[in-house]
Design a protein around this ligand. Structure first.
Ligand SMILES: Nc1ncnc2c1ncn2[C@@H]1O[C@H](COP(=O)(O)OP(=O)(O)OP(=O)(O)O)[C@@H](O)[C@H]1O
Ligand SMILES: [Mg+2]
Length: 269
């Protein structure tokens, strides 16, 4: 979150994928995926269970590097061989399972693996100060930074995980189903947080099953169906029905239609 490094200007393409494919044994999880995310933009990645959303995020994050295709970050072609490399390139990911340490407090989780050390000792006071500052900047409602995260609500835990991802000063933040297990008020809080990220000029890629969330917070929606692109929508010019039709396969966009012509057995009609 520091302003020490310069971030790409709003509107600049931060992430660009072309022809990305990924196979797990017999399962072709991703085929020929195209995706762009710009600075200061929230792109929602939607699709049915098994459509390939998490796999795509994991490919970008270096967890499951793609089998083929190209990936540009900040305009440079990159090969991300692992999660550490993705972080160095300015990509932060909050995975579906959050991976917080329940027994550690908020400060401990935020600074896990990047503790602030002064004269050979961990500087708890400074880490606590920076934790409050970060949570304040995000308008996050956390009662105390000194309670174990096990005692926080689902929304508060999500907030801690998102705040932690920001400490690496990323240009792109990817969130996998951040509101999936949350109630109405907590969902609103996390969506507010997503808007804070956009205001900061970050590029945000958000996976969600909830169309109301998507329509409320996203600028564009990218639909995946059976591991392929099935349409990109500008939220201000699209209806929920149109997007749902692309998710369920009631409509095919030209990209997927072309792909289906290549594999007629998938498209018996
Ligand atoms: N590590 C893995 N090994 C083998 N197959 C996998 C692996 N990860 C995902 N898959 C398969 O790839 C396909 C896409 O899965 P993925 O988890 O990306 O879907 P998703 O869109 O995130 O679904 P959901 O909405 O249920 O989270 C599925 O058929 C899944 O079984
Ligand atoms: Mg998933």
């Amino acid at each position: 979150m520091s302003s020490a490094t310069t971030h790409p200007g709003v509107g600049t393409t931060v992430l660009s994928l072309e022809g990305v494919s990924k196979r797990f044994g017999a399962v072709q999880a991703l085929s020929d995926i195209t995706l762009d995310v710009r600075a200061g933009e929230v792109v929602a990645l939607v699709g049915d269970n098994g459509a390939g959303k998490s796999t795509l995020i994991k490919s970008i994050a270096g967890v499951h590097p793609p089998d083929s295709g190209t990936m540009q970050i900040g305009g440079r072609s990159v090969t991300v061989r692992g999660p550490a490399e993705a972080q160095r390139l300015g990509v932060a990911t909050v995975f579906q399972d959050l991976a917080l340490c329940d027994n550690l407090d908020v400060v401990g989780n935020l600074f896990l693996g990047r503790e602030i050390v002064q004269r050979g000792r961990i500087d708890e006071t400074e880490m606590e100060r920076q934790s409050w500052q970060l949570l304040h900047e995000l308008s996050a409602r956390i009662p105390s930074v000194r309670i174990p995260v096990a005692s926080l609500s689902g929304g508060q835990r999500q907030t801690v995980a998102i705040a932690r991802s920001l400490l690496g000063d990323p240009d792109l933040v990817m969130l996998d189903e951040p509101t999936a297990a949350l109630g109405v008020a907590q969902t609103a809080e996390v969506l507010n947080l997503v808007e804070r990220l956009r205001e900061r000029g970050l590029a945000v890629l958000l996976i969600s099953h909830n169309m109301a969330d998507v329509m409320a917070v996203a600028d564009r929606v990218v639909v995946l169906r059976l591991g392929r692109n099935n349409g990109t929508f500008t939220v201000s010019r699209s209806s929920t029905q149109e997007i749902v039709a692309a998710i369920t396969g009631a409509t095919n966009n030209p990209v997927s239609a072309r792909a289906h012509r290549r594999t007629p057995e998938e498209n018996p009609s």
